[in-house]
Design a protein around this ligand. Structure first.
Ligand SMILES: [Zn+2]
Length: 221
């Protein structure tokens, strides 16, 4: 069963990657069939198998050898890992759905820093529903909702921190207890710092690291 869950997750992750790429190109999510963005060659069915096709092609198009975005592999892998921990309960289902939403946001953050405000609002509202549906709201929940609402009205800028990062930070804070959220931010920050050092950059998109930490916390919890 867990193999089936993982495989379904990789297919969903692959679809999320297509959604991201096609939305950036202002194309339909469904048609045309998958093809190389560079040489426009339609992909064969065996080139659509998540993870395996990317690894067997060593991350390059079979025809023109252009690099396939590495976000493809991450999206498929994280989609698989997200569904692998799913159990048939309400909270687990909502947390898994939110995880898939975060993968989509992280994918977009990695590609372009221009994140849809509508997506961010939808993700926060979904997280809030997930929290209050299964756990009575606390003063902490109300405080985070207040801060999030204020951020939607007033633009506050912190050096090196994007507005989308603040929105997703609120999402994490409303979903988890303060202690769990602190662990999540710590893991994400260490991951981002290691990425900065590895790539010798002053800054990296934070949402991919937050998504990794989110998935890790789902497994630990
Ligand atoms: Zn190609």
């Amino acid at each position: 069963m867990i193999i089936v869950q993982f495989c379904i997750g990789t297919v969903i992750g692959s679809f999320l990657q297509v959604v991201n790429q096609r939305q950036l190109a202002h194309q339909s999510w469904i048609t045309p069939r998958s093809r190389c963005d560079q040489c426009r060659e339609p992909l064969k069915w065996y080139e659509l198998v998540p993870i395996i096709s990317y690894l067997s092609l060593r991350g390059r198009c079979r025809y023109c050898r252009v690099s396939i975005p590495h976000t493809t592999l991450f999206s498929e892998l994280f989609g698989g890992l997200c569904l692998l921990q799913w159990t048939p309960t309400g909270p687990s289902t909502l947390q898994s759905l939110l995880g898939l939403g975060l993968i989509l946001l992280a994918n977009r953050d990695q590609t372009t820093t221009n994140l849809s405000q509508l997506w961010l609002i939808a993700a926060f509202v979904f997280a809030l529903i997930t929290r209050v549906f299964f756990t009575p709201p606390t003063l902490w929940t109300l405080l985070v909702v207040f801060v999030w609402a204020a951020l939607q009205i007033v633009t506050i800028e912190f050096p090196g921190v994007g507005l989308a990062d603040l929105d997703v930070a609120c999402l994490v804070l409303v979903l988890f207890s303060p202690i769990t959220a602190t662990w999540l931010f710590l893991i994400a920050s260490i991951s981002a710092l290691l990425s900065c050092l590895t790539h010798q950059r002053n800054g990296v998109p934070f949402l991919p690291h937050l998504t990794v930490a989110y998935l890790l916390i789902l497994y630990i919890n």
